[in-house]
Design a protein around this ligand. Structure first.
Ligand SMILES: Cc1ncc(COP(=O)(O)O)c(C=O)c1O
Length: 491
C-alpha cells in the first residue's frame, strides 16, 4: 500500500513504519516528488560558469545549486534540473536543503548576537559558552569522552588533533620538566629536539585533509599531494581489503585483518628503531574517500589494544562517518571498543570541525592549540537544532531502517548484474558498491546523474551513497529503480 499525506508527516510516518505501510510522506513536505532532468549544463549553467571562471578556477564545478528551489532530499540546479541528492554536498548536509526549523535558529536574539559578534573563542568566549558546549556538543559526545575542542573544518580538526597528540607524547617524555633551552632554540629552526621527528601513522587509502600534517597522513590520490613538501618519515600501512559477501569470506577477511595488524605492529617497532617514533595513529571507521573500505569490529578492537600496548594515541577520524550517518551517532560505536578512542574528530554533518578527547590529553599551556576563531558559535546553534530534529524525528532509527532496506536492494541488484557491480556494503546509509572498472564506474555515475540521481565516486571503482538523514523508503525506491535502469542500459 502506498499513501501520501501533507501534514503531521512525522507522526504519520512513524505510524506507517510501525504498521509496515509504505508511506510517501517526506520529512520536508515541500520537496519535489521525483527527479526531473531537462538538460544537464544548459544555457544558464554555461553563462554562470563563464562569469565565475573570470574570477576563480572552476575545474571542479559540476553545476550551480539553486538554493531557493532546493528542498529536503532534492537539489535543483540553475537550469531547473531536479536531482534526488544521495551525496548531499559531500556528505555534509544532515537534514537536506531548507529544512524549515533551521530558519528559526537566528530568530532568537541571543543566538543572532553570536552570529553578528563573532568572538575569538580561545581568549574571549561569550558568556555561557561552557553551558552551550555542554548542552549541545557534549550531549552527543562519544561514550567516555569528556572533553571537546571546536575548530573550523575536518582538515583543521585533524591537524589540531595531531598537535594534541604530539603535545601529550612530548609531555610524557619530559616527565614533568619544562622545555629545555635547546628545545626552544631548535624549534625556531624546525629542527629536533624542539621540532622532533615524531610521526603519525595512517592507512593507505585514508583521507584526512589537505594541510601539511593532515595531507601527510592522507593517502588517497597523487593529485591531492603532488608538489607539496610533506612529512616523508610518516608511515602508511595497508587497510584491510575485504572480500564480499562478508558471511562467505569470514576466514579470508580474518586473515586480512591479521596481516594488517602484524604490519602495524612491525611498523611501529621499525619507526622507533629508525628514530622516527609513531606518536599516534589516525584511522577512519569506514575508509570513505579511499573507496568505502570497511574493517571489522575485531580489527578496530585489536588495533586499539595494540595502540595501548605500544604507547601510541588512537585517533578515530569521524569527519565523514559521524553524526548519525551509519545508524549510530558515531560509527566507531558499532565496534564495541572496551574503552573510548583517545581522540575522535568530526566535521561535515556536525556543521563545523572539532574533536572530542580524553581528559588525559588536555594540554597544560595556553596558545598551543589555538587560532583566532577556534570554531563558530553560530554553527553550534545550527547543530543544536539539527540534533533536536534528529531526536524528535528519530532520524538515527530512520537511517538504520532505510539503510538496511537500501542495502538489501543493492544486494539484489548486484545479483542481477554480477558482471557490472559487486561488493554491496556499508552501515546505515553510508553505503557503497564497486563497479567492474573505473570507466564503468564513471559511466554509471554519469548516467545516474542524467536520470536525476546524484551520487559520489570514491577510490578507483567504488560508488558511494551519502544521503541526508531524512532519506526515506520512497527515496530509496527511486534510487534503486534508476540504478536498475542504468545497469540494464549498460549491460
Ligand atoms: C574522513 C575525512 N577526514 C577529513 C576530511 C577533511 O575535511 P574537510 O574537507 O572539511 O577539511 C574529509 C573530507 O572529505 C574526510 O572525509
Amino acid at each position: 500500500m502506498l499513501l501520501r499525506i501533507g501534514k503531521n508527516c512525522n507522526k504519520f510516518y512513524q505510524h506507517c513504519n510501525k504498521n509496515n505501510i509504505r508511506c510517501a510522506t517526506s520529512f520536508v513536505a515541500s520537496e519535489p516528488k521525483e527527479p526531473a532532468v531537462k538538460q544537464l549544463n544548459g544555457d544558464v549553467h554555461q553563462k554562470m560558469l563563464k562569469d565565475l571562471s573570470n574570477i576563480q578556477y572552476t575545474g571542479g564545478v559540476q553545476f550551480f545549486a539553486d538554493l531557493e528551489k532546493s528542498a529536503g532530499n532534492y537539489l535543483v540546479d540553475a537550469d531547473g534540473n531536479v536531482f534526488l541528492d544521495c551525496y548531499m554536498q559531500i556528505a555534509s548536509l544532515p537534514l537536506g536543503y531548507n529544512y524549515p526549523s533551521l530558519f528559526n535558529v537566528f530568530k532568537d536574539d541571543t543566538k543572532m548576537k553570536m552570529l553578528v559578534n563573532r568572538t575569538a573563542l580561545g581568549v574571549y568566549p561569550p558568556t555561557n559558552w561552557g553551558n552551550y558546549l555542554s548542552d549541545i556538543l557534549m550531549s552527543v559526545a562519544p561514550p567516555g569522552l569528556k572533553n571537546v575542542q571546536t575548530h573550523m573544518c575536518g582538515t583543521c580538526a585533524n591537524e589540531q588533533a595531531f598537535k594534541h597528540i604530539f603535545i601529550s607524547h612530548a609531555r610524557e617524555k619530559r616527565a614533568g620538566s619544562n622545555f629545555s633551552e635547546q628545545e626552544l632554540t631548535s624549534s625556531m629552526l624546525n629542527k629536533p629536539p624542539g621540532s622532533p621527528n615524531v610521526a603519525i601513522l595512517s592507512f593507505k587509502g585514508g583521507f584526512h585533509g589537505r594541510t601539511t600534517g593532515s595531507l601527510s597522513a592522507t593517502r588517497t590520490k597523487p593529485i591531492h599531494k603532488i608538489d607539496f613538501p610533506l612529512f616523508s618519515h610518516w608511515p602508511a600501512i595497508p587497510f584491510p581489503n575485504y572480500k564480499y559477501p562478508l558471511e562467505e569470506n569470514v576466514r579470508e577477511n580474518k586473515a586480512e585483518d591479521q596481516k594488517c595488524l602484524e604490519i602495524f605492529e612491525d611498523t611501529i617497532e621499525q619507526q622507533k628503531r629508525a628514530g622516527y617514533p609513531v606518536a599516534g595513529v589516525i584511522v577512519e571507521p569506514i575508509q570513505s574517500e579511499g573507496g568505502d573500505h570497511e574493517a571489522s569490529p575485531e580489527f578496530f578492537q585489536n588495533l586499539q589494544a595494540l595502540c595501548k600496548k605500544l604507547g601510541v594515541s588512537f585517533l578515530v577520524d569521524e569527519v565523514q562517518t559521524g553524526c548519525g550517518a551509519t545508524g549510530k551517532m558515531w560509527c566507531h560505536e558499532w565496534f564495541n571498543l572496551p574503552s573510548p578512542p583517545d581522540i575522535v574528530t568530526f566535521s561535515k554533518k556536525m556543521q563545523f570541525g572539532g574533536y572530542y578527547h580524553t581528559v588525559e590529553m588536555q594540554p597544560d599551556k595556553p596558545f598551543r592549540m589555538f587560532n583566532t576563531w577556534m570554531g563558530d558559535p553560530a554553527r553550534l546553534f545550527l547543530l543544536e537544532e539539527v540534533l533536536n530534529v534528529m531526536k524528535t524525528k528519530d532520524l538515527i532509527e530512520n537511517v538504520r531502517k532505510v539503510g538496511d532496506r537500501t542495502l538489501k536492494g543493492l544486494v539484489e541488484i548486484t545479483k542481477e548484474f554480477p558482471n557490472l557491480i559487486h561488493s554491496p556494503r556499508g552501515r546505515g546509509l553510508l553505503l557503497a558498491i564497486t563497479a567492474k572498472d573505473t570507466k564503468l564506474r564513471d559511466a554509471i555515475l554519469g548516467k545516474m546523474k542524467a536520470k536525476g540521481i546524484l551520487m559520489g565516486g570514491c577510490g578507483d571503482e567504488a560508488i558511494r551513497l551519502r544521503p541526508a538523514l531524512i532519506f526515506q523508503d520512497h527515496h530509496s525506491d527511486i534510487f534503486l529503480d534508476r540504478l536498475r535502469e542504468v545497469l540494464h542500459d549498460l549491460k
